[in-house]
Ligand binder design. Structure first.
Ligand code: GCB
Length: 585
């Protein structure tokens, strides 16, 4: 299926210029800036995008800032329900419409929505106001103490980073659709859960139709009916078989659509399309099995980061990035270190990428007092749930990474990992879970995950400049991990070296393009020599912005592409390595 969206539900996109004002003294709420903001005195910024690089006055701004814009609402939306969606606001958001408070959300990388009818004016102009606060503390997720004191290694942008939009749904509607797929011979078996809500004031008898659509044609159709009391919800479970199905995989990312329709007397009802691929993912006998075959992940840790846009990767940048990843022969990436945007992952489904979907739980280590602090545990669990809720139907997502480089040498880490894992299993029992460890042989929690993910920097932060020693340490560490956990596949989720584009050295030296290329080649050879290794992700796909520190030269230079996506010398080397490493091995 080609890049195509079918919106059966009416939406109003709020992308564009919004009025903007920073609030360093935190007085906006007490002065009620949400009531009738004097926007002629405010600045204007584009969203979705970060505030930092649109104007140098905001580059290092951390704290509270306000956004507002007007929008028109059609008269005929009145008879339905209206939700306001935000795909990502970093870090906290409070939302008002026409001066009426709708709610708040914490966490920069997960979607949230508010019901808005109580505040809306139909057939008229409306004003939305969003207060954004990107203050970091020891208990934000991720945590930190300031723009140059983040406990994570990427720039702490602020703002409305992803799309905001209004959505109109009928009073009886599909609240959620979950599709789990199994394979039986040549057939695909779909286990479908449809959650239906009735917000009418009377009982509703609805007819529900489910069609599997392939290339615009319905290939199966099931019908059922359900009666739902006023203000109640019901879940319908249905199994559908797709005969002679084409299965989803990197070589043929075949997508189907489930079209669900709901009809009843009082309204035209609801229609919702959900895209899916038929495939299975399992961890068995030390391998990651995709449709029963052992896969090898070739790819990158990445970031959503681009000049001027900040944390918003617009479609054109995403198109470019996928083109480059495919050119180089990659089949996989990790959403380091937070869930990426919907569009980002839509493309992964379409292009056949195997994605390790990571939560924003990065930096929970030495600077954090107690990793199992109830407040942190609650936030990590909620963000895990929100992430899975949005992405559970994606064929590209093969595994959940619950943390990046936590303090997993501390006994108490087990508590938060167990809580997050339970949350993930509850939301989705089908996918393996993991976290990216940097504690390796000192890690006390590896028994709790399905696959072992490790980030290694031998040859960079240790064994500096010595690739022979790096290869040996790597090899020995991997063998010992495998000896301890022979039933778990190992993925090297990070390895790499900083290279300043244009710096060349012979013999190769740290920070030169040659050294980066050599380090990657050296690691790849070790990985391929170990049967139990199921993949390698180079850190990083592209250079990315970070805070100021003596360890970094304005940006993190470990990209094999520059921040503007020009190739470094390693690109040719990686293309050669990736294209000569089969996906199934
Ligand atoms: C890591 C982190 C990643 C950093 C990287 C580096 O281990 O997971 O966020 O950017 O190292 O370059 O130091």
């Amino acid at each position: 299926m080609k890049l195509e969206y079918s919106f059966q539900r009416e939406t109003i996109d709020l992308s564009g210029f919004w009025h903007f004002r920073i609030d360093p003294e935190n007085k906006g709420e007490s002065e009620k800036w949400y009531e009738e903001p004097q926007v002629s005195e405010w600045d204007e910024l584009y969203t979705p995008a970060s505030w930092n690089e649109q104007d140098s006055r905001y580059t290092w701004y951390i704290g509270t800032a306000w956004y507002t814009r007007a929008f028109w609402l059609p008269e005929d939306w009145r008879s339905k329900l209206t939700l306001i969606f935000f795909d990502g606001v970093n870090y906290k958001a409070k939302v008002w419409v026409n001066g009426i408070y709708l709610g708040e959300h914490e966490g920069g990388f997960t979607q949230f929505a508010f019901r808005a009818e109580k505040a809306l004016r139909f057939g008229e102009s409306n004003r939305i106001v969003v207060m954004v606060d990107n203050t970091l503390t020891g208990k934000t997720v991720p945590p930190g103490a300031g723009m140059n004191a983040t406990y994570f290694d990427f720039f702490h942008y602020g703002g409305i980073h992803r799309e905001a939009y209004l959505l109109s749904v009928p009073k009886v509607h599909f609240k959620d659709v979950t599709i789990r797929t199994e394979i039986k011979g040549k057939d695909g078996i779909l286990d479908i859960d449809l959650e239906i809500v009735n917000e009418l004031e009377e009982e509703c008898s609805c007819n529900v139709t489910m069609q599997v659509i392939d290339e615009d044609e319905a290939i199966t159709e099931e019908r059922t009916s359900v009666t739902i009391g006023p203000g109640a919800e019901k879940t319908i479970a249905q199994q559908i078989t797709v005969e002679n199905a084409e299965f989803w995989g990197p070589e043929s990312p075949r997508l189907y659509t489930l079209r669900t329709k709901l009809a009843h007397d009082d309204s035209k009802g609801d229609v919702k399309d959900t895209r899916f691929g038929i495939r299975t993912v399992k961890v068995e006998d030390g391998k990651i099995l995709l449709n029963g075959r052992p896969v090898f992940l070739k790819g990158f840790g990445r970031h959503e980061d681009f000049p001027v846009l900040g944390k918003a990767l617009h479609g054109a940048v995403l198109r470019k990035d996928y083109g480059l990843m495919m050119y180089i022969g990659a089949n996989s990436f990790r959403t380091s270190h937070y869930p990426y945007s919907r569009t980002h992952l839509d493309l992964a489904d379409e292009k056949g990428f195997l994605v390790i979907l990571e939560t924003p739980a990065v930096g929970l280590r030495e600077n954090v007092e107690r990793l199992d602090d109830p407040e942190i545990v609650e936030k990590v669990c909620r963000m895990t749930r929100e992430m899975i809720q949005r992405d559970k139907n994606r064929p590209s997502v093969i595994m959940y990474s619950l943390f990046n480089e936590p303090g997993s040498e501390r006994e108490e880490f087990r508590n938060i990992l167990m809580a997050a894992k339970e949350e993930a299993r509850k939301a989705d029992p089908t996918r393996p879970v993991t976290f990216a460890s940097c504690r390796h042989l000192d890690d006390v929690a590896l028994d709790l995950v399905d696959a072992l993910c490790h980030n290694f920097y031998y040859g960079w932060y240790s064994n500096c400049g010595d690739l022979e020693a790096a290869a040996q340490t790597l090899s020995e560490t991997l063998d010992e991990l495998h000896r301890r956990f022979p039933e778990k596949p190992i993925i090297i989720t990070e390895f790499g070296a900083g290279a300043i584009a244009g710096v060349h050295r012979h013999p190769p030296e740290m920070w030169s393009e040659e050294y980066q290329a050599e380090l990657i080649k050296t690691y790849w050879k070790v990985l391929l020599s170990k049967d139990y290794v199921s993949g390698g992700h180079i850190w990083n796909f592209a250079d990315f912005r970070v805070g100021q520190s003596p360890r970094r030269t304005t940006i993190n230079r470990k990209g094999i592409f520059t921040r503007t996506r020009d190739p470094k010398l390693a690109v040719r080397v990686v293309k050669n390595l990736f294209t000569n490493t089969p996906t199934y091995r």
